[in-house]
Write a protein that binds this ligand. Structure first.
Ligand SMILES: Cc1ncc(COP(=O)(O)O)c(C=O)c1O
Length: 429
């Protein structure tokens, strides 16, 4: 069993020093002795695991299905790759280190993570609150899927300080139980922030007959390096691991993290929906995590140069970039409190509306025209007609998803080359 938990495999200190996550990404949670001495965790491409005895199999199932508590010294056993697999277990243990979480569950996509998490929270008759704008897929899930099962999704505008007209929101909820508050901060695609601590306070006030809404934060844009929502009162953090965690635009995956208690229903439902990631995806993510800090740091530093260049360009009407927030801006205090760096996502409004944005996108050479973000290469896309095409036309403008808006994910190329590409593409606008 390659994931056996020992004081060696799961040590996070050296002498009196607490080791940083980047130092543990190559070793944490993995015992080479259990895999023929392999320095890397092998790919456990297997559907099922052989039990040592019938009694051991019975004991593993009792724990896995929650029929009894796991004993203090009892090992959890590998059963079947829909329930557990060594690549996922090592990966989940490593992911907990960045967010300061007790537990993690990895999924085959970000949408699988978000859908499984919300399904685990909601019952028919409940309400789900969500910040807007929200990634188009999450928005579709809330507005079109959950509505069929008697769960109403009510949106509120992202921006800070928490702009929820609380009285209006309470009126819309109308005394119904609120299962969850899903927030995406910074918001895709506008970089608008939502005050996590403020939302946690709102969740307390919305408690209904002993049930408090779960505060779920989509941390895809800044996490796990530059924002750790569990430290600001979130119950669960979700990711599209396709983005920075994967980091090479070569896999689709998702993750959900939180306390053991908060994650238990999500993990349980994952088993029965079968939305877990496969071993190959798990292995690719393990490899990616070794360079996570280097990649995120390099692209964050590049983004500063690119954003400054765009801000001064006459064919750019506005740049939405967290590094440009200044004291006095309504989002500044929230940024200072909950983010440690501005990340590498920039939204820019190009002159000339959709036609101007398309001319710009079609003229890019080094930067590729593609949806997704957080990879080593720089990508640009047009939210109004692509990732957020599903958002009704009449609300797009109010959310800042204007016809001239372009979302840019800055990669790890040399910043002067990215700027040169921006410059020649803006000449075409
Ligand atoms: C903020 C955010 N959340 C969730 C998702 C969905 O993730 P996935 O495509 O991995 O299912 C995306 C995808 O772009 C996203 O940008």
């Amino acid at each position: 069993m390659p994931t056996r938990r020992t004081s060696d495999t799961h040590a996070t200190t050296l002498g009196g020093r607490t080791l940083r996550p980047e130092s543990l990404m190559m070793s944490y949670g993995y015992d080479p002795k259990l895999s023929e001495g392999a320095i890397k965790c092998p790919i456990f491409q297997t559907s099922t695991f052989v039990f040592e005895s019938a009694e051991a199999g019975k004991a593993f199932f009792e724990v896995a299905y929650g029929l009894r508590e796991q004993g203090a010294t009892e090992r959890s056993g590998l059963i079947y790759s829909r329930l557990n697999n060594p690549d996922l277990e090592v990966l989940e243990d490593r992911l907990t280190l960045w967010d300061g979480a007790e537990a993690c569950a990895v999924f085959e996509s970000g949408m699988a993570a978000i859908a499984t998490t919300l399904l685990a929270c909601a019952r028919p008759g409940d309400v789900i609150l969500y910040s807007r704008p929200l990634y188009g897929g999450s928005h579709h899930l809330l507005q079109h899927f959950f509505a069929q099962y008697g769960v109403e999704a009510i949106g509120f505008l992202a921006g800070a300080p928490l702009p929820v007209a609380e009285a209006d929101l309470l009126r819309a909820v109308g005394g119904r139980p609120v299962a969850a508050i899903l927030i995406e901060t910074p918001a895709n695609p506008t970089n608008a922030l939502v005050d996590i601590q403020g939302v946690a306070g709102l969740a307390q006030r919305l408690a209904h007959e002993g049930r408090r809404p779960m505060v779920v934060v989509d941390n895809t844009f800044l996490g796990p390096l530059w924002q750790q929502p569990l430290k600001h009162g979130a119950d669960l953090v979700v990711y599209s691991a396709t983005k920075f965690l994967g980091g090479h635009s070569d896999l689709i995956a998702g993750a959900c993290l939180g306390s053991r208690e908060a994650l238990a229903p999500v993990r349980g439902l994952r088993t029965f929906l079968g939305t877990m990631a496969g071993p190959w995806t798990g292995w690719l993510l393990l490899r990616s995590l070794e360079t996570l800090k280097m990649r995120m740091t390099a692209s964050m530093k590049n983004a500063r140069y690119v954003a400054d260049f765009l801000r001064d360009h006459p064919r750019v009407r506005a740049v939405h970039y967290l590094g440009h927030l200044e004291p006095g801006h309504p989002m500044y205090e929230v940024y200072r409190r909950q983010c440690t760096a501005p990340g590498s996502l920039i939204a820019l409004e190009v002159e000339g509306g959709e036609a101007g944005a398309f001319r710009f996108l079609n003229a890019l050479r080094l930067v590729k025209l593609a949806v997704s973000l957080g990879g080593t290469e720089s990508l640009a896309e047009h939210p109004a007609s692509m990732t957020h095409a599903d958002v009704p036309a009449e609300v797009k403008d109010g959310l800042g998803i204007t016809p001239g808006l372009v979302r840019l994910s800055v990669g790890v190329e040399h910043f002067e080359d990215i700027v040169a590409d921006m410059e020649q593409a803006l000449a075409a606008v």
